[in-house]
Design a protein around this ligand. Sequence first.
Ligand code: NCD
Length: 391
Amino acid sequence: MSYSKSIIDDIFGGIRPAARALDKAATTIQGWYDAGTIPQKHWPDVMEAAKSFNHHLTPDDFFPSQAPSPSSFGYAFDKMHCLSIDDFHRPDIETLLSLGEYYLDLNVQKSPDRSVLKGKTLINVFFENSTRTEKSFELAGKRLGADVISMQIASSSVKKGETLLDTAATLNAMNPDILTVRHGSSGAPALLAQKVSCSVINAGDGIHEHPTQALLDALTLRQAFARDGGDGQIDGLRIAICGDILHSRVARSNVKLLNMLGAEVRLIGPPTLLPIDADRWGVDIFHDMKTGLKGCDVIMMLRLQLERMNGAFVPSKREYFHFHGLDRTKLGYAKDGALVMHPGPMNRGVEISSDIADDPEISLITQQVETGVAMRMGILHALSDVQDKAP
Ligand code: NCD
């Protein structure tokens, strides 16, 4: 993927002349050169400066003519499935994030490449309710040209183990290329992956993992911290994950991924909502927001997952909001300019105030949804590429 290189080399004559023409530090241009992309907010300046070099660039020139192959990021991604963050090494994650970033840029400006998954079938099998994740995969698959069908299966009416294997046999007979699976039982997508002959993506299993959410959160953070001249690094950020960690697959996947990317992760929640083994997750644990949020760059709020609770874990929603809900006062304990995330769906006034959730200066919640589609396009592309290369 070398379109930033070709703009910098072929139009401006290299990094230093480009830095002079654009009135930017050479290290900034070097960053674009190495990343292979020029951030979209700089396109107008680059197009303007190119005119003095007799080149008339259009937004299309900021994209390669074809989607990049996952191996063009310098590493052979070879994973058949996306089941848990544990299955990935750092270079796998970097490849997936780079592909997600490519599709994020592409979605804004031009119609995506519908040939990447042309002729392939994606089946979404959701045993638990979902709005954004299912639609996000549906859109991602369609934007890449796949045939997509979605199946909602009410888990309450089925005997889990037996039905899952029956379903696996049925699905396999439909010859899909990729299955995305959400299930109320931890480990269900992994079990399914053993029984079918296609790629399986875990779209959330019980309280275990939600790897695509962690990836989209990481990509959202990279984008947010690359704004205003930042380097987009997650390394060194202090990130607090707050609330109902006990029932959260999002928290488990995020802890693993953020640790891998070098963040300092904190968990903040009442003792009843923290898993007993959390002290072995490589995080710092706090029970009160005031001390926990001190110096945090990012605050990730979690939904109080009442549907997974078989007892009273909090005295009342009102009291929970008072002690653990994010409002302006508690936000004030974090670093100045701290950013807020939430995987959705939100319980406004329970874990987060509307005032914060809807403040575009602070909240990344809408960006998380937008980034989700692009990140899932990247994941689908990477898995499909591995299938194509399989003997
Ligand atoms: C999360 C999930 O399902 O685990 N939501 C999502 O994927 N958007 C978090 C939640 O339900 O609270």
